[in-house]
Ligand binder design. Structure first.
Ligand code: GDR
Length: 333
């Protein structure tokens, strides 16, 4: 049975990837941080499944900078594939906590590479990189050869991690690849990211539970795709003969305002009646012209992002409406 180890298993991508791997017959091990209130709701349905939890799905406690424990977990589980998805993933927050961001996102990745380098049985390794490495690029769309010019603490940390992965592949012969992911969203997206914040608010306003939505800049443009499709590409990357980096993107960018319009349209509301601008969500520096060129992934992985922005906004709003309504009915019963 093929065995995979995931860091960041409790996150959006970790949960979708776990479902995909279990569906393909893998044994899945996940590393989780020890804390008093662990957020594992995205995996609850798998924990409840007695044929899965502690039979084919196992959790292990470790912080990303706890080298001894991570080494022990890797030696014990001997995975064939290692998906490194964990890190401080909020760009806006990285301006407030740059040291923590670098500690986990940059140094955490280097520490993992060092452990893998010393292992007798080396797993194939995927690192989730980010479009933030391109920052304010000279060319648009960006591909795997576009120079990295990050402009945020998060982007700088990801650039370090990305270049280390390439370096370990080229110098120490590890099967290690970067999935250079553009924004990918879903109903499991954390509530502080702009898409989910918007879809939750649209649903809550439609149900009369909220009046306004406070946002930062609406001008930013992003290449937004649907997360379950991106984890499929990550898996495909580790099934290739040769380790290589891939841009995973839709190839189309939209503004925050366009996402707002699509989300509010799904509940027949006009976003202009509800959105207020709030300085707190403005960033000291913003990326620009980020849109990915996924041709290499199209060609070599046979992968294409299918879900369009209006479809994405609608499915997220519908999920938020359903979950708010079910909370309402539980409260009423
Ligand atoms: P991003 O996603 O920074 O691209 O990083 P996010 O959803 O946080 O921001 C997208 C754009 O929306 C603007 N914005 C706001 N953003 C947030 N979070 N909250 C607000 O209230 C708000 N108002 C406006 C932002 O300024 C920005 O322009 C995501 C993360 O998942 C990273 O981990 C990942 O690497 C990249 O995508 C690709």
């Amino acid at each position: 049975m093929t065995c995979a180890l995931l860091t960041g298993i409790t996150g959006q991508d970790g949960s979708y990837l776990t479902e995909l791997l279990l569906g393909r017959g893998y044994t899945v091990h996940g590393i989780v941080r020890r804390s008093s209130t662990i957020q594992r709701t995205r995996l609850d349905h798998l924990f409840a499944d007695k044929d899965v939890y502690n039979r084919r799905l196992f959790l292990h406690y470790a912080d990303l900078d706890d080298v001894t424990t991570i080494r022990r977990i890797l030696s014990k589980t001997e995975p064939d594939e290692l998906y490194h998805l964990a890190g401080q993933s909020h760009v806006g927050v990285s301006f407030e906590i740059p040291e923590t961001t670098c500690q986990f996102t940059a140094m955490g990745t280097l520490k993992l590479l060092e452990i893998v380098r010393d292992l007798e049985k080396q797993p194939r390794m995927l690192h989730i990189s980010s479009s933030e490495i391109f920052g304010r690029p000279d060319e648009s769309p960006q591909n795997e050869r576009t120079p990295m010019r990050p402009v945020t603490p998060y982007g700088i940390a990801k650039t370090f991690a990305t270049q280390m992965v390439t370096f370990y592949r080229e110098s120490f012969n590890l099967f290690a690849c970067n999935a250079i992911c553009y924004n990918h969203e879903s109903s499991r997206r954390g509530e502080s990211f702009v898409t989910r914040k918007i879809t939750r608010a649209a649903a809550a306003i439609a149900l009369g539970k909220q009046k306004d939505l406070a946002l930062g800049s609406l001008d930013g443009r992003r290449d937004w795709g649907y997360a379950p499709e991106y984890v499929e590409a990550m898996w495909k990357m580790l099934q290739q003969q040769v380790a290589s980096d891939f841009v995973l993107a839709t190839g189309t960018s939209h503004s925050v305002e366009e996402f707002l319009a699509a989300a509010f349209e799904a509940v027949n509301l006009d976003w202009r009646d509800h959105v207020v601008q709030d300085e707190r969500y403005m960033r000291p520096s913003e990326v620009s012209r980020l849109v990915g060129d996924p041709s290499k992934a199209n060609r070599d992985l046979g992968w294409t992002a299918e879900t369009t922005l209006p479809q994405l906004a609608r499915l997220m709003v519908e999920s938020d409406l359903a979950s708010l309504k079910s909370k309402e009915s539980i409260a009423d019963s």
